[in-house]
Design a protein around this ligand. Structure first.
Ligand SMILES: [Zn+2]
Ligand SMILES: [Zn+2]
Length: 218
């Protein structure tokens, strides 16, 4: 949790003032009674309202409450915000929050509003029951998304491009066609649009990282 807290606060410190203002608004929104701190009751109510049912957990609240005072301060809430926005999952095997690398079911990730994810130990030991068999780690899933988005964009550019003579075979259009051919051979007619929060969040986080030029891992 300490590592996540540091990443969350690094994001906050590097954010433009407007984003910092929004972060403070987010904190105030959780503080229903306006006493400057977030009680377990306020935390549970906010999680329910926002649809973060998987995070409505007393143990999770206590993990966030780094000073063990029974309430969350601004840094705790920024950590919570980062965890929800980056889609950190609870392991479906052992129930623990997975704070680093995890494995996720590809079918559920692409087609369900509730991804099925596992910590490395549960995945490797087979400590889970699930109807699908194909899992990848979160880094591979993100890279797959990146490639598929790239292919989709190039495919659409290719469709919109005017026809060209064969002398321009080294153009980007022919390169696009090659990439599309590879894609169709390997992933068939996969739906390229993932509309789920987890990946949306991951991409937003990646965007923030790229615009600030800061590596969040180092
Ligand atoms: Zn586990
Ligand atoms: Zn599944």
């Amino acid at each position: 949790m300490d590592k996540l807290r540091k990443i969350a606060m690094d994001y906050y410190e590097l954010a433009p003032d407007k984003v910092k203002d929004l972060a403070e608004e987010f904190y105030d929104a959780m503080d229903y009674d306006g006493d400057g701190k977030i009680s377990p009751k306020e935390f549970m109510a906010f999680m329910r309202e926002q649809g973060f049912e998987q995070y409505r957990d007393r143990d999770f609240f206590e993990e966030l409450d780094r000073k063990g005072r029974g309430r969350l301060d601004f840094k705790d809430v920024m950590t919570l915000y980062y965890i929800t926005k980056s889609g950190r999952p609870f392991c479906e095997g052992c129930g623990e929050l997975v704070t680093s690398m995890y494995f996720t079911c590809v079918r559920c990730f692409q087609n369900s509003s509730t991804p099925f994810s596992l910590c490395p130990a549960c995945y490797i030991n087979g400590d889970f029951e699930h109807r699908h068999r194909f899992f990848v780690d979160n880094y591979t899933m993100l890279e797959t998304q990146r490639i598929e988005n790239l292919v989709a964009r190039q495919e659409s550019e290719y469709e919109q491009a005017p026809s060209r003579s064969s002398s321009s075979s080294s153009s980007s259009y022919s390169q696009s066609r090659e990439i599309v051919a590879v894609s169709q051979g390997s992933s068939k007619k996969q739906n390229l649009v993932y509309s789920f929060k987890a990946l949306d969040a991951a991409l937003k986080v990646a965007t923030i990282a790229s615009t600030t030029g800061t590596c969040t891992i180092c």
